[in-house]
Design a protein around this ligand. Structure first.
Ligand code: SF4
Length: 325
């Protein structure tokens, strides 16, 4: 829709869609694996296969039922359990076997890569610091693969076990420290954290190894959003509230000084907020189904926005370059 303002300016309201958004190939792969498995018989998913409620509901209708743990799956009579795309610690596989449950493993290969890296670094004597959310299933799984008590999750110096509450050293840090990241974090924040860590570890004759394990699809979505930031005055992120990479996209939008709104469905779009915008940017988390993105665009069009001139393309799988450590 195009109109003319009182000064004769063009008042067309437009939608700009990020060049890269929505399902990453790791998520598509996980969904394909469980869907295929559920065609034979129902599968219990150990948690949400991906962090998007609409996708989880759709899967449940196809026979992929989320349950909290192995005991619940066994008690409900399931014969097969699915490890989610976020991965799981090694004991989950052993316990599944002990209970006679077959495992459908949908762990993203990029998460597997981080798990194996943590394991090797721990074997080489490094204290492992995973930059990430301690309660996130991916982080818990990576720490499990490290297989040592000399490992922790941290987002700030005060989270480190050798520091006091305000980041003040309460004990000497380990001499060899390796820092890796949850795959869905932001590179700039990960590097800032690693930079803060260096003065604590290196002056003690120590060694600090930093490996950027943020996955390429996460990084590409953040970069694509940064590219469109100068063209829009509002950013809508379509994604689950539990999704780490959706939360990071909102942060990126706000750092460009833009209002960043997270919605799980098009129905959550507030017409009042949207009415103040002329150019709306749309992005979506790596776990957001295409349908939800398209419905958001349709709702914006119903509010008077012109349909976008281009949509996004499905990405190709990344070549797996396992890190030699
Ligand atoms: Fe894999 Fe990255 Fe997608 Fe997570 S966001 S499923 S790590 S590709």
């Amino acid at each position: 829709m195009t109109a003319r303002g009182s000064q004769g300016q063009n008042l067309e309201r437009t939608i700009v869609v990020a060049e890269v958004l929505g399902y990453c190939w790791g998520v598509r792969r996980a969904l394909d694996l469980v869907r295929e498995a559920a065609k034979e018989k129902p599968v219990a998913a150990l948690g949400d296969i991906i962090h998007n409620p609409a996708a989880v509901e759709e899967l449940a209708r196809e026979g992929v039922i989320p349950l909290p743990d192995l005991e619940a799956a066994k008690a409900a009579g399931f014969e097969r359990v699915a490890i989610t795309a976020h991965g799981a610690p090694p004991e989950r596989y052993r316990e599944s076997a002990a209970l006679g449950l077959e495992v459908i493993d949908t762990t993203c290969p990029l998460v597997t890569k981080v798990q194996r890296l943590a394991q090797r670094l721990a074997q080489q004597g490094y204290f492992i610091v995973v930059y990430g959310d301690a309660a996130h299933p991916e982080v818990r799984g990576v720490l499990g693969w490290a297989g040592t008590t000399r490992a922790c999750a941290a987002k700030q110096l005060s989270d480190l076990p050798w520091n006091g509450p305000r980041g003040v050293a309460s004990a000497p840090p380990p001499r060899k420290v390796a820092v890796i990241s949850q795959t869905t974090k932001r590179t700039d924040q990960f590097l800032a954290f690693a930079r803060q860590l260096a003065p604590w570890v290196l002056p003690h004759g120590g060694e600090l190894r930093i490996v950027n394990t943020i996955c390429q699809p996460t990084w590409e979505r953040q970069e694509a959003l940064a590219r469109l930031a100068s063209e829009v005055d509002l950013v809508i992120v379509v994604g689950g509230r539990k999704s780490s990479n959706a939360a990071r996209l909102v942060e990126v939008a706000r750092e460009f000084g833009l209002p960043g709104i997270l919605i799980e469905t098009a129905q959550e779009l507030d017409p009042e907020i949207v009415s103040r915008a002329r150019r709306v940017g749309i992005t979506a988390a790596a776990s957001t189904p295409d349908r939800l993105i398209l419905e958001t665009i349709e709702r914006l069009v119903s509010f008077g926005f012109s349909p976008p001139t281009t949509l996004w393309q499905e990405e190709e799988p990344e070549v797996l370059d396992f890190i030699d450590c």
